[in-house]
Design a protein around this ligand. Sequence first.
Ligand code: PRT
Ligand code: ZN
Length: 298
Amino acid sequence: MTTRDRLRIAMQKSGRLTEPSQALLAQCGLKFRVSRDKLFCYGETLPVDLLLVRDDDIPGMIAQGVADLGFVGRNVLAEQAGELARDPALAPLAEIRALGFGGCRLSIAVPNEDRYESPADLAGQRIATSYPNLLRQWLAAHGVEASVVMLNGSVEIAPRLGTADSICDLVSSGGTLAANQLREVATILQSEAVLAGTATPPADARGEFLDLLLRRLDGVLAVKDSKLVMLHAPRHAVEAIARLLPGDARPSVMPLEGSDDVALQAVCLGAVTWNHLEAMKAAGARSLLVLPVEKMLA
Ligand code: PRT
Ligand code: ZN
């Protein structure tokens, strides 16, 4: 077991997850000094440092103890975790938190003109993918025998090149599939960015920093889609207005001096739309304000 007195988080050096991962850490109050080679960031506000690497290397680095945590797509973690777990010298991995960005799905897609009614239609096909383990698991679970063609990139052109019959790849908008005349027929995994770590947290000082980081992360994630709604209203209208707040919000009500009106405020989960505001106004609310919420400590 490695021991260190600073926590190390691996994250993607440059890619889709880089900016949102860094923004999340900034919201948790972490600031970093970037090394000259831009591969290491020294934590200035907490003993938490960053390693900037390729996303594919992150699960292995955590399993080897080079990093304690990582921001990585669930697709990458799930693809590698099983294989890494077979090596007794490596620490088993776990998804510690889902982070709510980098959303996508790992799906099977077939040429538009091909018939597909059930997984059995893939029997005997060559399926191109960068996720051979997840694909094989899914095929086995559906009792389908097909051959898996491992490709590291440009998976979606394989059917047109004739190197595969169908594919299994990440999809978000679906634009890339459509541009390649492919149609999504089955989803293997719903993915998003996750905080990955070891199944057992470090037993030394890093465990404390991990707890602190998780408390802050939870405070940020809990209010990520929340808004603070503030308004004035006659006391008798409060109940009706409270029912119109989105997301089962529990408002605080404060008397306004020298008047029968009250001030109401509530943290609402989910979108607060113009329709919500107009309905509350019709119920007697005035001076409505909607503000973003940055962090919360219960
Ligand atoms: O260099 P490095 O190895 O670190 O980066 P990378 O090129 O392997 O990863 P990167 O930055 O492309 O993706 C990092 C992670 O972002 C992935 O592991 C996923 O968890 C997540 N993610 C979210 C996606 C997408 N959305 C996505 N759309 N990863 C890839 N794509 C691809 C998709 O396969 C398609 O080819 O983007 C293309 C556009 O998708 P559509 O459906 O919107 O057209
Ligand atoms: Zn990668």
